[in-house]
Ligand binder design. Structure first.
Ligand SMILES: [Fe+2]
Length: 161
């Protein structure tokens, strides 16, 4: 059976690939087919990325808070970063929606570029911290029954998804 951190780290690999595509796309808003790529990215963010964040917030972090108090350490920091990521994501998607109606809309292009780049940069750093620090702490400290509880919650979230 896979460990929760293994599942989340595998998600990170997929996300990092998508961030490359997102970066190329927002830097070439004039290229052909850009509307379709942006729409696919929107779907990925709303479905896969948000589900991943939820798995951390609702399953992994609460179990980790049993040995690391939220406000004094990395969990609080990760949650603050999730808040910023949601903000950038929402604004990026607002831009994508405006852009699909009119690709010459300057406001849409600005929303996409500014929030897209902020999202990409923050999420790359965030994933680095999770993979190299937070998940190692999880692997060191989580007990068997906690791992089972997390896996069960993952299944519930996948089903509700
Ligand atoms: Fe993550």
């Amino acid at each position: 059976m896979s460990r929760p951190t293994e599942i989340l780290s595998n998600d990170h690999k997929v996300v990092l690939e998508k961030l490359k595509l997102m970066e190329q796309t927002i830097n070439n808003l004039k290229s052909a087919n850009v509307k379709n790529v942006l729409t696919d990215l929107k779907t990925f963010l709303r479905k896969e990325a948000d589900l991943h964040f939820k798995k951390e917030e609702a399953a992994l972090f609460p179990e980790m808070e049993k040995f690391i108090p939220r406000d004094e350490g990395p969990i609080g920091q990760m949650l603050l970063e999730h808040e910023d990521l949601y903000k950038y994501e929402d604004n990026f998607i607002r831009g994508v929606d405006l852009f699909s109606k009119d690709e010459n809309n300057g406001e849409a292009q600005k929303l996409i570029r500014e929030n897209g780049n902020s999202f990409i940069n923050l999420l790359r750093e965030h994933i680095y911290k999770e993979d190299n620090m937070l998940f190692m702490m999880a692997d060191m400290h989580l007990e068997e029954d906690q791992i089972n509880a997390i896996m069960k919650k993952f299944e519930e979230l996948d089903k509700a998804h």
